[in-house]
Design a protein around this ligand. Structure first.
Ligand code: NAP
Length: 451
């Protein structure tokens, strides 16, 4: 089997990757197991040394890695650079905090000493998506490695050049052989890896449909799993919000990465008395976005990552227009570029409301009350993030508790931060990444009792 990397802007094949045989996979798993056995015995200083080296090498080679990302999946260069730099800050964060997060926690009981201690688990498999091809891999791998595990990655088939580049980054940073390996395999072959008795757990980031399959496999082989799945984040604008800022941030939150972000604002829920102001400003902002070749400086949005993704988004648009949505801007397709699109009058019966739209599609509906806004926000199978815009911060805090989502941001776009746990509820998945919660996901949380 051979995999092709296709530049989504030029449609040209830029690299090919030979698929691994069953024998190759077995060898990689065995190598990973040997690396784990030795890595788990190393002290935290040794692990921190690797994280520091990874961070330095990411920063030194930011332009090189950014170009690989942009050429392979089409995000604009400034966003690719930001992604690489974010990976470096993640390494810095765990270099500073891993020891504290993994420290034994004494517990007062009837024992002479009792405590909780965090031990590594073994080989952890990461099955990862293409949309943030460096960040998603590192967000999973760095805390897992800092906790003393070894890591295998099955990256998305359209970004195997990025996978190769990350593997080389680990070599450049003097990681022990086999500690981090990328498997050049397709989705169907993932079961073989999960089934291996040497693999202890799986972390999946991707669609809800595939996430359900991974969870089924994890259950079948009794392996721990974390699922980071899709989202249809609400962006709620109340009457007392700063509309100018809400539009500015809202358009960015929707159009970043050509709309291909799990935590992009997807359903804009606007109070009726400010809806006209919001729409007028949003229309101007969407129309002003510079689209084109993502390798050119100044371009704000490039192509979507694959042709099939363009088609799926277009189907969601067509069906929603048939059901009464109003097209205010965009809706045009050129190659793999989907022009930034603004829709009004969307309803819960339309795919743009009840499905995840993974592209530059800003879908707006209006509501008459705050209660209706929260009801609409929660009227979704997903529960990843939500953004609330209001100048009344006490109200915002109270409303945040009514939102069914793993992340609520007030007067800001939803984002991930190394110091805060990240993850979803409902069909957006389970488990948490980042912060102290993320590093503990792939540990054996061991109780110790000494009498
Ligand atoms: P996807 O189609 O679910 O693919 C994700 C990964 O699963 C890829 O590596 C894919 O490999 C693999 N895969 C496909 N079929 C499989 C199977 N039957 N068994 C095992 N693995 C299989 O998702 P995507 O299109 O890459 O990513 C977009 C989705 O990810 C969106 O829904 C987005 O919201 C979500 N996402 C969530 C987060 C989060 O943190 N919650 C972050 C980013 C993205 P192949 O490429 O070889 O098919």
């Amino acid at each position: 089997m051979e995999f092709k990397s296709i530049n989504p802007y030029s449609d040209k094949v830029i690299d090919t990757h030979k698929g691994m045989s069953d024998k190759d996979i077995e060898k990689s798993i065995e190598k990973s197991y040997r690396a784990y056995k030795s890595w788990k015995r190393k002290g935290i200083e040794e692990r921190v040394k690797l994280l520091t080296s990874l961070s330095e090498n990411l920063k030194e080679n930011v332009d090189n890695y950014a170009q690989i990302i942009t050429q392979e999946m089409g995000k604009v260069l400034t966003e690719s650079r930001a992604e690489v730099n974010k990976c470096a800050s993640l390494c810095d964060y765990y270099a500073s905090y891993a020891e504290e997060h993994l420290a034994d926690e004494g517990v007062s009981t009837e024992a002479s000493y009792s405590a909780v201690q965090y031990q590594p688990l073994g080989i952890i498999l990461g099955v990862m998506p293409w949309n943030y091809p460096f960040w998603q891999v590192m967000r999973f791998a760095i805390p897992a490695l800092a906790a003393g595990n070894s890591v295998l990655i099955k990256h998305a088939s359209n970004v195997f050049s990025c996978a190769k580049a990350i593997e080389s980054l680990f070599v450049l940073s003097d990681a022990p052989e086999g500690l981090f390996q990328s498997l050049t395999i397709d989705g169907k072959t993932v079961e073989k890896v999960i089934a291996s008795p040497m693999v202890e757990a799986v972390s999946f980031t991707g669609s809800t449909q595939v996430g359900s399959k991974i969870a089924t496999l994890a259950g079948k082989y009794i392996k721990k799993s974390v699922l980071e799945l899709g989202g249809s984040d609400p962006f709620i604008v109340l009457s007392d919000a700063d509309i100018e800022k809400a539009v500015e941030v809202g358009v960015r939150a929707r159009m970043q990465n050509a709309g291909q972000s799990c935590i992009a604002a997807k359903r804009f829920i606007i109070m009726a008395d400010v809806a006209d102001d919001f729409m007028d400003a949003a229309r101007a902002k969407v129309a002003s976005l510079k689209i084109g070749n993502p390798m050119e400086e100044g371009v704000q949005m490039g192509p979507m990552a694959r042709q099939d993704l363009v088609y799926s988004l277009n189907e969601q648009l067509s069906e929603s227009l048939m059901k009464g949505a109003g097209l205010i801007a965009g809706g045009k397709i050129e190659g793999n570029i989907f022009h930034p699109t603004l829709l009004k009058s969307i309803t819960p019966e339309m795919p743009v409301f009840y499905e995840e739209t993974f592209g530059p599609m800003m879908s707006v509906c209006t509501v008459e009350s705050e209660k209706e806004a929260i009801d609409f926000a929660n009227m979704s199978d997903f529960g990843l993030g939500a953004s609330i815009w209001t100048s009344d911060l006490d109200k915002a805090k109270a409303l945040s508790r009514k939102i069914e989502a793993g992340n609520v941001f007030v007067n800001a776009k939803v984002t991930s931060h190394p110091k805060l746990p990240f993850g979803g509820v409902k069909s957006s998945g389970y488990g948490r990444e980042l912060s102290s919660f993320g590093i503990k996901e792939f540990t054996n949380i061991q109780s110790l009792w000494i009498d």
